[in-house]
Write a new protein. Structure first.
Length: 459
């Protein structure tokens, strides 16, 4: 990952710039957006005038059910913060003006990320952005800061989203008909889409590194320069939402779902490193492998806590179908130096030294996943955990502990975790355990195509 440019990037806006462009008529809409449990942008489209006159200073309201629904936005039970009994009241959208930016693929549009508060000014502790903020604060108490980058894979189809829906997602035409991993020729086939996404993100203040082909048919990846952890998570959501919007504008569709078919799934590898308050690397050190004692403890914490925190990396039924031997998705809880068969891969040296968590898939909520990595690392540091030897060779065939295989297993492990309840709070853990239960209940009630083909005639 390249170095972060701390200067203002093209596409970022100040309030004064927004006011000037609104007056000139070049910006007329401001999206006020929050991060929901599923890692999606939710919110409102405000007129620029209303945002400037009211929302920027006095904030806005939205129904609290946005953190108490399923993937399809159906109201469901079990959430303490919002229910029929409580009347489904509002929480408050508080714009983080440091995130104000253009959305160049939409005419005359800007966007700002919002934190969530209750009417009394207290933070909504179960909101993903607040969960990550709390772990960043824990680092800051020690004089440390986290830098992160997420690598999202996606599969592109020639069908529009509406066509894919009408086909029930069967017989879709992938943008590439063979493996184009690292292929220049293969990526050229969809360069108009890739270039438009890259240009759009750059115009929204997100620094693009590169685009490359991947293994599945029509599978690609676009990577961005690493940044402060909260910025990286914000940019992840803006990119993910924007890539879908741009694909739709190009007359096609793309999916980030972890396992679309039997071939390779969509990953979301997360790179994380720590610096002190002066920006100096604190993971590099004098050990023979170039790491510091702090880094080794931080990494040991990842291994110690990964199983019980897997729900924060893999939040859906489909997430667990990625974990297959020899698929480049991990099955073994092991770490290795530049070893892609391990759940945790250590790469780089000096300022670039970092750990890569290969467990999350394309459905991961980046706020929750990065928060979980920070919490696990601090657990390792606080308890002075000793790092086990690196795994060499093929981790798939090792005797290491395994990544949970189902959402049910991950839910149970999180529910039993004393560490998670102590670090995140009872309210946060119960909230996300309920999210998992909602998905489990919905899936267990569904009748699948597999059951039709297996049982319609032969049972």
């Amino acid at each position: 990952m390249g170095n972060t440019n701390e200067s203002a990037r093209p596409g970022m806006l100040t309030l004064a710039q927004l006011r000037e462009e609104a007056r000139a008529g070049s910006l007329h809409t401001v999206l006020i957006a929050m991060a929901d449990m599923q890692g999606r942008l939710q919110g409102k489209r405000c007129t620029a005038a209303h945002f400037l006159d009211h929302v920027a200073e006095h904030h806005a309201e939205g129904c609290s059910y946005q953190l108490a629904v399923d993937v399809e936005m159906n109201t469901v039970g079990g959430y303490a913060i919002s229910s029929w009994e409580s009347g489904y009241g509002d929480f408050v959208f508080v714009p983080d003006l440091d995130t104000l930016r253009r959305i160049p693929w939409l005419d005359g549009t800007a966007l700002v990320m919002c934190d969530l508060q209750w009417g009394n000014g207290e933070p909504v502790t179960v909101s993903p952005r607040q969960i990550l903020r709390r772990q960043i604060e824990r680092l800051a108490e020690r004089g440390w800061q986290a830098f992160a980058a997420t690598e999202l894979e996606f599969i592109v189809f020639r069908d529009t989203y509406e066509q894919a829906w009408r086909k029930a997602y069967r017989d879709l035409e992938p943008a590439n008909l063979y493996n184009v991993d690292y292929s220049i020729l293969g990526t050229s086939r969809i360069e108009p889409l890739l270039a438009r996404i890259c240009a759009g993100m750059a115009g929204a203040g997100i620094a693009v590194e590169d685009a490359k082909g991947e293994c599945n048919l029509g599978q690609h990846e676009i990577n961005f320069v690493y940044d402060h952890a909260l910025k990286a998570a914000d940019q992840h959501l803006i990119y993910k939402n924007g890539a879908k919007e741009i694909a739709s504008l190009e007359g096609c569709s793309l999916t980030f779902m972890p396992k679309f078919n039997h071939r390779e799934g969509n990953s979301c590898h997360i790179h994380l490193s720590l610096r002190d308050r002066n920006g100096q690397a604190i993971m590099a050190g004098d050990n023979d492998d170039g790491t510091s004692q702090l880094f080794r403890q931080f990494l040991a914490g990842q291994l110690a806590c990964l199983r019980e925190l897997t729900l924060f990396f893999a939040p859906n039924i489909n997430s667990y179908k990625r974990y297959a031997k020899g698929s480049f998705a991990p099955t073994a809880l092991a770490w290795g130096r530049d070893n892609r068969t391990c759940a945790l891969r250590v790469i780089g040296r000096g300022m670039s030294l970092r750990l890569e968590n290969r467990v999350p898939g394309g459905d991961a909520n980046p706020y929750l996943a990065i928060a979980a990595m920070i919490a696990a690392g601090l657990y390792g540091v606080d308890n002075k955990l000793v790092l086990e030897p690196a795994c060499t060779g093929n981790a798939y065939t090792s005797d290491k502990p395994r990544v949970p295989r189902t959402l049910n297993e991950a839910q149970a492990l999180l529910g039993q975790s004393e560490m998670a309840r102590a670090v995140f709070g009872q309210d946060v853990i119960e909230h996300y355990l309920n999210m998992a239960q909602v998905e489990i209940d919905a899936f267990e009630c569904a009748v699948t195509d597999w059951e039709h083909f297996r049982g319609f005639e032969r049972m």
